[in-house]
Design a protein around this ligand. Structure first.
Ligand code: NAD
Ligand code: ZN
Length: 367
């Protein structure tokens, strides 16, 4: 089975193709977009080892010549140096303005290759083939591309929408379980922020999704892409509802920052802990019915995600330091923090005037 999610953003519309085994037929999707039978594939070493040959064969079957540019895996690859190296390799491969680039990897490769595409020869078009659950449900939707600066994550970048996204759920079979669970946190997020029925469905389907059931995975990814595409389309310039996508991310980012964006805590793990905290805090503020946070925690725990900061290996800074990190996060203003809180499962809202003292008291008791 194959499903298509249409995305319409600004002056561009494109399709996300979701199915099983699509990589082996990627040439069919890619070929119509090419002006000549030549492309460059940007990927990382892990994805290349597991899947590059399949993609190269699929392109060759349509007569497309491809140059593979294989980057080292990991967040450090989203750097000025690797961007420069990648742009030069794309030029060396003979990529011209009319050519298209294929971003073949997780969020790191999608962000880096998408940004390289945005600036190479003042902009070439690209096609995304996301290979992690996180990139299939999150980073491949919305058109944000970029790299990190020593001053912070994702500070250098551009909006650049792909021509098409090819999402093959079979690629997830080689993904480490921990990465799969981390991506799942973002799937659950879409239910928690705005779709109680979807969350309820996930409560039943999570074991099948984690086990690799095709129907369940396709449905979960489609619903997630639709949710993100709708929110982003409503708010392309990030003034309103898009902030809902930050559910769990204010707490989550503080924990990621405190652990130095290391393997101690993957992004989705921080989001998992952050979402539980957001629901606990909402309960504490009498915004949300008692027991809701426990239900959220039970579900995230069932897929192997951490649900409390005490599960992060090693020492954490004291609550006051975490609040300080949140204050420095761009969302803070004058003793007030902006949080995504919830009235219930599926009913998140943007709270722009959360008192820092309340947060500090909460963390002091919760941590
Ligand atoms: P990632 O790209 O680093 O991939 C995680 C790990 O899995 C890497 O080691 C990678 O080599 C490996 N891998 C990828 N696909 C595999 C496969 N099919 N089989 C085996 N191994 C595989 O991490 P990620 O979680 O996909 O993405 C994180 C990045 O995404 C962050 O840099 C984050 O800032 C970015 N992001 C961007 C957006 C956006 O809107 N642009 C949204 C969310 C996150
Ligand atoms: Zn996230």
């Amino acid at each position: 089975r194959r499903e298509t999610v249409p995305v319409s953003l600004g002056d561009r519309s494109y399709d996300i193709h979701i199915g099983e085994g699509l990589l082996a037929r990627a040439g069919e999707v890619v070929a119509p977009f090419l002006k000549r039978p030549l492309t460059a594939i940007v990927t990382d070493q892990n994805v290349a080892a597991a899947h590059l040959a399949t993609l190269e064969r699929a392109l060759a079957a349509k007569g497309i010549r491809s140059t593979a540019i294989v980057m080292p895996p990991g967040e450090k690859t989203k750097s000025y140096q690797h961007l420069a190296e990648l742009c030069d390799k794309l030029l060396a491969a003979g990529i011209e303005r009319r050519d298209r680039i294929i971003a073949f990897g997780g969020g790191v490769i999608g962000d880096l290759a998408g940004f390289a595409a945005a600036i190479l020869r003042r902009g070439v078009d690209f096609i995304q083939i996301p290979t992690t659950l996180l990139s299939q449900v999150d980073s491949s939707v919305g058109g944000k591309t970029g790299i990190n600066s020593p001053y912070g994550k994702n500070l250098i970048g551009a909006f650049h929408q792909p021509l098409a996204v090819i999402t093959d759920i079979a690629l997830l079979d080689t993904l480490p379980k921990r990465e799969l669970a981390a991506g799942y946190a973002e799937v659950a997020k879409y239910g928690l922020l705005g779709d109680a029925d979807f969350f309820e469905w996930l409560e039943g389907a999570a074991p099948a999704i984690m086990r690799g059931d095709s129907q369940a995975r396709i449905h979960a990814i489609r619903k997630s892409c639709e949710a993100k595409a709708q929110i982003v389309a409503e708010d392309e310039h990030e003034t309103g509802v898009r902030a809902l996508l930050n559910l769990g991310h204010t707490f989550g980012h503080a924990l990621e920052s405190a652990t130095g964006y290391s393997q101690r805590l993957l992004h989705g793990e921080g989001v998992s802990i952050g979402m539980v905290q957001a629901f606990r805090f909402s309960e504490r503020q009498k915004l949300c019915p008692p027991g809701t946070a426990d239900r959220v925690a039970r579900h995230l725990k069932s897929v192997g995600l951490p649900i409390h900061a005490s599960q992060i290996p090693g020492e954490l800074p004291p609550p006051a330091t975490l609040v300080e990190i949140m204050r420095q996060d761009k969302k803070a203003q004058g003793g007030k923090l902006t949080f995504i809180l919830a009235r219930d499962i599926g009913e998140a809202f943007i709270a722009r005037d959360v008192n820092e003292h309340d947060v500090l008291n909460f963390l002091t008791e919760d941590l």
